[in-house]
Design a protein around this ligand. Structure first.
Ligand code: TRP
Length: 322
């Protein structure tokens, strides 16, 4: 059975983009009984100077509850948190010994930081090594990632090869899970992303979601004019959220609906789709220890795996006797 790792930085509230690009994949894999791990990459937030690090524990808590409320089953999917496992950073040090700085300087994250004239911190510069360690130490086969992360998986494969060549065959090369490239657009028509402030968050107050829907960009057609549904962002979201959008499509094409009403229909569809998860989320927040309980349940199992592998690696490297 393939071991699948989904790694997520706990940075913001869960929105429609996360749901359709990441969570639905996990739910599909759960159905296929793959061995799935959901990894909260909280140390990685320190590599991003735009993030409010003080919020990381809170974001982690919200992320775990959101995923579970949306259907991730903690009995099937093993949820764990990077900063609970110092073995990962220890392997990173070992990987440093086969890493050169010029190689890291070719990474997208490093280059874009330099081009924005910010001096990259060491955390940002060596970030791909930590990510390789995240993947190689627990021995994963498949990593579902978006396009922006493909280079990091390629780097990870290189480190696996380099390590094997230098110290002896140990790591297998992980594969990026060939995802269809679904890019969910945001309320302003660009890619949905927290940094563009164009998201539709799933667990926010209804009033806030309503406001965000009201702000969806449209053209200035008046009611009575025909609208092309395939060029309208309101229709785009409606179609994502409902199984059958044909009746709204007809109204668009016949000119019998204006944008205001269409936005109301979208709000109802949104609330309908996420009614169950929103109730579940509210319930989970009643238990202030919920997240820590989930994390501590898995800690022993993961520790055992990581300790064993790190020990084997130390023998290969020469730090421990055979
Ligand atoms: N770098 C990933 C991101 O920004 C998060 C991440 C860290 C990750 N470690 C990982 C993803 C290991 C997959 C596997 O989205």
């Amino acid at each position: 059975m393939k071991k699948v790792l989904t790694g997520i930085k706990p940075t913001g509230e869960i929105h429609l983009g996360n749901y359709f690009a990441v969570i639905t994949d996990i739910l599909e894999l759960q159905k296929k009984n793959a061995e799935i791990f959901l990894f909260i990459a909280d140390l990685h937030t320190l590599a991003d100077s735009t993030i409010d690090i003080k919020q990381t524990h809170k974001k982690t808590d919200e992320l775990i509850k959101s995923y579970i409320a949306l259907g991730v089953n903690p009995k099937k999917t093993i949820i764990y948190r990077q900063s609970d496992f110092p073995q990962l950073t220890e392997l990173m040090w070992i990987l440093f010994s086969i890493t050169t700085f010029p190689h890291l300087q070719r990474s997208h994250a490093y280059k874009s930081s330099v081009s924005s004239k910010k001096i990259p911190t060491l955390a940002l510069s060596i970030y791909p090594v930590l990510m390789a360690s995240d993947i190689l130490l627990p021995d994963f086969d498949l990593i579902p990632v978006g396009r922006d992360q493909l280079q990091h998986i390629e780097y990870t494969r290189e480190w696996a090869r380099k390590f094997n060549k230098q110290f002896g065959e140990y790591f297998k090369e992980p594969n990026a899970f060939a995802k269809e490239n679904i890019e969910i657009i945001g309320t302003d028509g660009r890619k949905m992303s927290k940094s563009y402030k164009n998201t539709l968050p799933i667990f926010e107050d209804k009033k806030i979601i309503q406001k965000k829907i009201e702000c969806i960009k449209t053209d200035s057609k008046n009611k009575g004019e025909k609208i092309d549904p395939d060029k309208c962002n309101v229709f785009y979201f409606y179609d994502l959220l409902t199984d059958d959008s044909s009746s709204l499509r007809k109204k668009y094409l016949s000119g019998s609906i204006g944008y205001k009403e269409a936005k109301n229909e979208l709000l109802s569809a949104f609330m309908n789709k996420f009614d169950g998860p929103r109730k579940k989320y509210a319930n989970l927040t009643k238990d202030s220890n919920f997240t820590e309980k989930i994390l501590s349940k898995n800690r022993k199992k993961i520790n055992k795996l990581l300790d064993r592998r790190l020990h084997e690696i130390k023998i290969l490297v020469g730090l421990r006797k055979k």
